[in-house]
Ligand binder design. Structure first.
Ligand SMILES: Nc1ncnc2c1ncn2[C@@H]1O[C@H](COP(=O)(O)OP(=O)(O)OP(=O)(O)O)[C@@H](O)[C@H]1O
Length: 258
């Protein structure tokens, strides 16, 4: 469904954020992209969603294919019309508008009746949003804003949902709720999911395959089970073993992933 090959991304012509990344997401598959701050996760999201130019970035080399179409340099409207919806990091919604208005904006491609039913479905799925439907979205809690963003994404009728760090800044209980919601959505709707996360534990609870990105390169690729068995992934991303900072730095120097 989504195929990324040897992707190189550069910002302002000089900052190389991705240095030859390849990954794929299959039909109805859920895949996690993990990695620390600055690894290039958001750059990959922007690239597949056609949003790099908005961040002064561009694809320097490599290919992106979505549903057998070359979308390497496609504008966001075309990618979105094909069925790839990205929920960006930082909860980008219209803060001064209400949830209803945000949903109306997100569903602008739907016809009257379809839009009405779509919004009703979102409210049925997220009753808390319905209760707060006429308040300013900026005043919703982080978890409610995340639910609103997922509701907005649903109204674009996606086939692949790319979600960038939905757990960021949320309390553990809410993280669990967001992950459960994502899992439910993708199963019910038969969606594919690319879940970008720093919170590896949360992400691993709902995916079949895992990529780990570090400094713009894929340093691990495998099934969830393989990720759980991999000592490096477990230590650095799941914190299974308590590794002190000094120890971790020494270990990092010793062990360099390609
Ligand atoms: N708009 C931009 N202009 C210049 N450099 C950028 C821009 N966006 C990202 N970068 C740089 O590209 C590299 C990768 O950043 P990116 O945001 O993709 O990483 P990330 O893994 O998503 O990190 P985080 O988890 O902190 O969001 C970093 O060195 C970052 O400073």
């Amino acid at each position: 469904m989504l195929l990324v090959e040897n992707l190189k991304v550069v910002y302002r012509g000089v900052i190389l954020a991705l240095q030859g990344v390849s990954l794929r997401v299959g039909e109805k598959e859920a895949v996690a992209l993990l990695g620390p701050n600055g690894a290039g996760k958001s750059s990959l999201v922007r690239a597949v969603a056609g949003l790099l130019p908005k961040f002064e970035g561009r694809v320097l080399d490599g290919h992106i294919q979505f549903l057998d179409q070359d979308t390497t340099h496609a504008p966001p409207e075309r990618v979105s019309a094909l069925g790839l919806t990205a929920v960006l990091e930082g909860r980008p919604l219209f803060r001064y508008l209400t949830p209803v208005e945000n949903l109306l904006a997100a569903g602008h491609r739907l016809k009257g009746r379809e839009l009405k039913e779509g919004i009703e479905e979102v409210f049925a799925r997220f009753p808390r949003l319905y209760e707060r439907r006429n308040e300013q979205a900026g005043y919703l809690s982080g978890g409610e804003q995340q639910m609103l963003l997922l509701g907005m994404a649903l109204l674009t009728r996606p086939r692949l949902l790319v979600v960038d760090e939905p757990s960021l800044g949320l309390a553990p209980k809410l993280v669990e709720e967001v992950m459960r919601t994502l899992d439910g959505l993708r199963r019910e709707k038969g969606l594919s999911l690319l879940l970008v996360e720093q919170n590896a534990r949360a992400a691993l609870s709902l995916v079949e395959r895992v990529y780990v990105l570090e400094q713009g390169r894929v340093v691990f690729e495998g099934s969830r089970e393989e990720a759980e068995k991999d000592q490096d992934v477990m230590e650095f991303y799941l914190g299974k073993e308590v590794v002190g900072f000094r120890q971790a730095k020494r270990y990092r120097r010793r062990k360099r992933w390609v």
